[in-house]
Design a protein. Sequence first.
Length: 307
Amino acid sequence: MTILKWFALALCLVLTACNSQTSTQKTATSEAENSHSDRMNIVSPDWGNAATLTAMGHAPIATGDIRVWDRWVGSPKLPTSITDLGIRYQPNAELIAQLPVDMVIDNYFYEHARNLYGDVPAESVMSAAKGETATWADYTEPTRELGILIDNPKMAEDYIVQSQKDIQLASQQLQQRYPKAKKFAVVQFADANNMRMYVANSLFQPALEQMNRELVVLGKGNNWGFVPIRMGDLAQLDDETCLLIIDPLSPITRAEIDDSLIWQRLGYGNTRCVGELPPVWIYGGMSSLVSLATNLSEVSLKGGDVL
């Protein structure tokens, strides 16, 4: 009888411990769910806002054209959990209806699609020059706007501080590798003879300024921060200016450039300095500034007397 009593007591203690553990697990799970539920679910068809939110630590739950993100944006990498909305300019309405969206963050380029989100509030945030020359403030202010919208201003402030540190570190690395390279012109090829030169009202201005470098331009930019030029126009650049080519650059265009007599006479890679950079989203926000600085700190320059 004594043995039965001890067995019953032991069984009771085990069951009590199990119930207590289960209760604790339920409480922890509930707290985790509540914590997760406090996080605002953002959808952004705009790559600039999506990239900056991701870099800040509050990635959107959905953005568009993810299949070509690496080709045009590159960094930061998107979490695998992010939903692809389809074409950014024409997002998938049926897919959007299935998402638990708290807010849409876009800009004027995507406002035509707001009716697809129903009653979900939408806010516009745009990182771009407010005048003829882009400034650091043109990118910090929209970052702060994002912080306010996601109800986490500190996250935005911390990211701005860290971004400036990252850019300064990139500047130091570039200085150590290429101390004579002080002037840069930035282009992106449309084809072997036509290109966009990014000028003072593009993000390259504040990025290079933060790195204590000069952006060399051939004209005043349009609303998108570039001026269209032809290959022969590059002859106007002095020999101290390094030409930066922003990817993507198709293999066909690359081959045509190499075969171009104009390109050969310009001497880039021989008598003139040139380098090729990985993709960076030209119309992005703070995240693009950091990516550009990091890419420039790692670029392989060749040609010219500045190296």
